[in-house]
Design a protein around this ligand. Structure first.
Ligand SMILES: Cc1cc2nc3c(=O)[nH]c(=O)nc-3n(C[C@H](O)[C@H](O)[C@H](O)COP(=O)(O)OP(=O)(O)OC[C@H]3O[C@@H](n4cnc5c(N)ncnc54)[C@H](O)[C@@H]3O)c2cc1C
Length: 509
């Protein structure tokens, strides 16, 4: 082993940065954070609209599902941030805790709403999410879709509501977990960050995690333990490459099983969704002759006044609404984007418009993640729409969303539905959904905590010493909204659990 620390955190994403900060605050231990991607020092990370240019590039793992049986064999893209800040450095920054009963529904001791609420408070103290400063008038209009809401308050999955998003932006620039947690933690002098270093596997000493092996052959030792925060796709892969996972599958891939843990890679799920496109002159942002000066001035408007197109994180407003009859809680979410997005399969889409989707809040379809033929490429099977409930929420949700948009005060920027078109209903709507369904980019659940999952309630891997998982993979069920804030909450709490265990181990020694 070349280098030695007390704790190694694998992955400097939304959760990993929070783990580092909490652990540095609660202990005097030496912490190493290992990140596969580069730093986040790139203008496209700081400038909200820049995310459009990051997707599919070197700062995105750019994963894809296997062909999806219920989507006509289509592969669905699974973007994941690969840099300091992780997916929180390429996301749209919309800030939601989830519903309070989401956490009670995890049915894991110590993770009910009253347990997690203080951690959300702490995370929000550091991130200070706030209302978008200069939303497009269309987003303001959509935010008033249900009339009675206070237009300043954030939309919430707790009840039927719409509003302009609250987002983790400071002074018009992205404020990720790397800004709020990692860089302040580095100032303690006890947190070392290594970028451009991809972890191959955890080095096991019997049943104890003793360090990690990097893909370039370097070994780094951890006296107290290893925390995996590589996200819902990469964390289970690292575990499997380490011999921890479903034994038969590991043997098939030529990996000697250290422990047979069938739950690793199981329970993969995400929020399925499908969107409607609206197009018309004088509508949202887009490429039109009249908007050319706006695009030409956009870099300056953002640089000097934090305004204009480049200040938009794309998703500017959201709504939560009921799609299924008899359901009391909102069961669908809409992300409202006041931009003309491409739907014609062309590299550049001309025209002005907007986009609104329907996303299933509490999906029931479950898939799995296994190692592909190459140990570093996952076979991601989200198994989208395998449960008929998910399709039904989308089938009911689209006509409901059309009505919500009709009722919302969008004039004078209102535009007709360009794709698929209002007349698409019934069987044609089902075909449209199967052809267009993607996800909200919230994969979770692949290393779930709880009685039936591989993790104990303190996020330690059952049957193994010194190995903790802290990222979105630990959620037994996805929350009813976007997953960045819950991932940070998990990281913040994991830092506390690991600190407690380290203290107990020192006292026992
Ligand atoms: C395009 C997009 C838009 C989104 N929009 C929103 C939104 O508006 N609001 C919201 O709440 N949520 C949003 N999300 C989801 C949210 O960002 C994620 O749920 C959250 O960031 C997950 O955090 P995490 O810590 O689990 O993983 P990540 O933040 O993805 O962190 C994992 C980190 O581990 C690193 N890593 C992986 N493998 C290795 C390895 N082998 N060795 C070393 N390092 C490794 C990765 O490079 C990455 O930095 C969006 C996600 C995407 C992709």
């Amino acid at each position: 082993m070349t280098q030695e620390f007390d704790h190694i955190i694998v992955g400097a994403g939304s959760a990993g940065c929070a783990v580092a900060a909490r652990l540095a605050e609660l202990t005097t231990d030496r912490i190493c954070v290992i990140e596969a991607g580069p730093s986040d020092a790139d203008l496209r990370v700081k400038m909200p609209f820049g995310l459009v240019n990051l997707l599919g590039g070197p700062r995105d793992w750019a994963r894809k599902t296997v062909p999806q049986e219920n989507l006509g064999g289509r592969q669905v893209s699974v973007p994941r941030g690969k840099m300091l800040g992780g997916s929180g450095s390429i996301n749209s920054m919309a800030w939601f805790r989830g519903r309070s009963d989401d956490f009670d529904g995890w049915e894991t001791p110590g993770w009910g709403w009253s347990d997690v609420a203080p951690a959300f408070e702490a995370v929000e103290g550091a991130l200070q999410p706030r209302r978008l400063a200069n939303p497009h008038p269309l987003a303001e209009g959509f935010g008033r879709a249900f009339g009675g809401n206070d237009p300043q308050s954030a939309p919430t999955p707790e009840r039927q509501s719409a509003g302009v998003c609250h987002a983790n932006l400071h002074d018009g620039r992205r404020w990720s977990a790397a800004d709020a947690f990692l860089r302040p933690a580095q100032k303690t002098g006890r947190v070392e960050v290594i970028t451009g270093a991809e972890v191959d596997k955890v080095v096991m000493d019997g049943d104890r995690a003793a360090g990690v092996l990097l893909r370039d052959g370097r070994k780094i030792a951890a006296n107290a333990g290893v925390i995996l925060s590589a996200g819902s796709i990469e964390t289970p892969m690292i575990l499997m490459r380490s011999g921890l996972g479903p034994a038969a599958h590991l043997s098939e891939r030529g990996i000697d099983p250290v422990r047979d843990i069938p739950g690793i890679g199981a329970n993969l799920h995400d929020h399925p969704g499908v969107g409607l496109h609206f197009a018309g002159s004088g509508s949202g942002y887009g490429l039109t002759l009249s908007q050319m000066p706006r695009w030409a001035l956009a870099p300056f408007a953002w640089a000097f006044a934090r305004r204009g197109v480049f200040a938009s994180p794309t998703v500017e407003a959201c709504a939560f609404f009921r799609a299924m009859p008899g359901e009391g809680r909102p069961d669908a979410q809409c992300h409202f984007i006041p931009f003309m997005l491409g739907w014609k399969g062309k590299a550049i889409t001309w025209g002005a418009g907007y986009f609104a989707d329907v996303v299933v809040s509490r999906p029931r379809s479950r898939g799995s993640l296994t190692l592909g033929a190459d140990r570093f490429t996952p076979a991601i099977d989200l198994n989208l729409l395998s449960d008929p409930y998910d399709l039904q929420v989308l089938m009911n949700g689209i006509p409901r969303l059309r009505q919500i948009l009709k009722d919302a005060p969008l004039d004078p920027h209102r535009a007709p539905e360009g794709h698929p078109g209002e007349l698409v209903t019934g069987d044609a709507l089902e075909t449209f959904i199967r052809k267009g369904c993607g996800t909200a980019y919230h994969p979770v659940g692949t290393v779930a905590m709880g009685e039936n999952g591989p993790l104990a309630a303190d996020l330690s891997l059952k049957g193994v010493t010194g190995l903790t998982v802290a990222d979105a993979s630990v959620m037994p069920k996805v929350t009813s909204a976007n997953t960045n804030a819950p991932s940070m909450m998990i990281g913040w709490r994991a830092g506390g659990f690991v600190a407690d265990r380290a203290r107990a181990a020192k006292e026992a020694a």
